[in-house]
Design a protein around this ligand. Structure first.
Ligand code: URA
Ligand code: CA
Length: 434
């Protein structure tokens, strides 16, 4: 087989076979296929697309390029949740304990964040002592015992995707639905889930800015999952503004605690109940989505979801007393209010730019080497549709430095107030199961 012939084939709109795709991915991973040929192929894919069969083959070839996590020693149906980006997205922290409280095994492999705010591991490290450096045997024991554990990302998961994504990033070939869908799904499948619930974000803070693109991506991922034998569904959720109020690591842990108590922001609570219902249903712990939702509401009301969070934190060395006393987490030295400059209604909160403002405070990483400040971040006091009076606070800024003028300027530029009344955005834009 020669790579040049395969590039020509794709350029001319012909389908690649399973063997041809394996040849490409193996050759690219081991270095026998150079970057210049791979970038020609990815550009051909951007223009010609890929068939459903090619997408499944590409996904599995990338899965097989590295380690695959074996979760077979964990009892029950392992359902993983994946969100495609987002700002201040606290859903993972809430959903883990929430569904685990119903006996759904949560075997979570997580990473650190780059940009906007921290990843799930960064957020959990706001809990003193909590660590994810556990070995596989301990990880599996913990999930069997408590139904929930988090482990750091394995070093050699989908190396083909890692290399390909880096290449696409510098060759203007990221924007291709088949390539994005197979990239995301390969990582989920290699991480060992039996079933997958996808939270595909749409709007300014999302990877996909329009609803049509988000739906296409969701459909592509759901098809891949189901074609390779993992039950997969997707919820399309709004990311035109940040989710919940808090953006920042300790602040989001506190928000997750509030939500597990039943006192969280409305949008975050609703999204967690929606995603959670699908997880519980796919894990066969409820016979219908409505039943799953009722069960989830019950474990919030009776305190068992919150109790599950404590068990989870302390089992991995964390100080669970922060659940009853969140002030024990790292606290910022200074707080400032961003005061509204006029009367009206909040009409826009540009999620990714607000995320960048949190990053400027140190809540996220500008580069891989940056050190995160777990204490700092933003808490929105108003969301889209809320009425606001001049002088009222739009955002509380938690900072460890005194001069936050740059942060304030960024926030003023990206939180718009209109005279006319504005409706709150729709949170759930659709569900895709087929
Ligand atoms: N996220 C991924 O993991 N892969 C892509 O290709 C795009 C976004
Ligand atoms: Ca949040």
């Amino acid at each position: 087989m020669r790579m040049v012939d395969l590039i020509e084939q794709k350029r001319d709109g012909l389908e690649l076979t399973t063997e041809e795709i394996k040849f490409i991915i193996n050759g690219y991973t081991d270095g026998s296929i150079p970057d210049y040929q791979m970038s020609a192929l990815t550009m051909a894919i951007v223009f010609q697309g890929m068939t459903e069969k090619e997408r499944a083959d590409l996904t599995m070839a990338m899965v097989e390029s590295g380690d695959q996590i074996d979760l077979s020693q964990i009892e029950g149906i392992k359902v993983d949740k994946h969100s495609t980006g987002g700002v201040g997205d606290t859903t993972t922290l809430v959903l883990g304990p929430l569904v685990a409280a119903l006996g759904v095994p949560v075997a979570k492999m997580s990473g650190r964040g780059l940009g906007h705010t921290g990843g799930t591991i960064d957020k959990l490290e706001a809990v003193n002592g909590f660590h994810v450096e556990i070995d596989n045997a301990e990880f599996i024991d913990l999930v069997n015992k408590n139904k929930i554990a988090v482990i750091g990302q394995s070093g050699n998961l989908t190396p083909a995707d890692k290399k390909l994504y880096a290449l696409r990033d510098v060759t203007a070939t990221v924007e291709s639905i088949p390539l994005i869908a197979s990239s995301i799904m390969s990582k989920k499948i290699a991480a060992g889930a039996d079933a997958i619930v996808l939270d595909v974000k749409t709007g300014a803070g999302a990877f996909m800015k329009t609803l049509d693109d988000s739906k296409d991506l969701a459909k592509a991922m759901v098809r891949i999952g189901n074609n390779v034998g993992r039950r997969t569904m997707a919820v399309i959720s709004d990311m035109s503004q940040p989710l919940g109020y808090a953006i920042g690591n300790a602040l989001e842990v506190k928000e997750a605690i509030d939500t597990l108590k039943g006192e969280g922001p409305e949008d975050l609570t609703e999204l967690c109940l929606t995603l959670g219902s699908h997880m519980v249903y796919l894990a066969e712990k409820a016979g219908s989505l409505a039943e799953a939702r009722t069960l989830l509401e019950n474990v919030i009301k009776d305190g068992s979801a919150l109790e599950k969070l404590k068990v989870f934190l302390s089992s991995q060395g964390g100080d669970a007393s922060i659940v009853d006393d969140p002030a024990k987490m790292p606290q910022a030295k200074f707080t400032f209010e961003l005061e509204a400059k006029e009367d009206g209604y909040v009409s826009e909160i540009v999620a990714d730019e607000v995320g960048t403002a949190a990053m400027l405070l140190g809540a996220g990483r500008a580069t891989k080497e940056s050190i995160i400040d777990l204490a700092v971040g933003l808490v929105l006091r108003k969301k889209i549709g809320d009425q606001v009076n001049k002088g009222e606070s739009l955002v509380t800024i938690y900072s460890n430095f005194e001069d936050v003028s740059e942060v304030k300027q960024k926030l003023y530029e990206n939180i718009k107030i209109s005279v006319a009344k504005v409706d709150a955005p729709v949170l759930i834009h659709g569900e895709i199961t087929e």
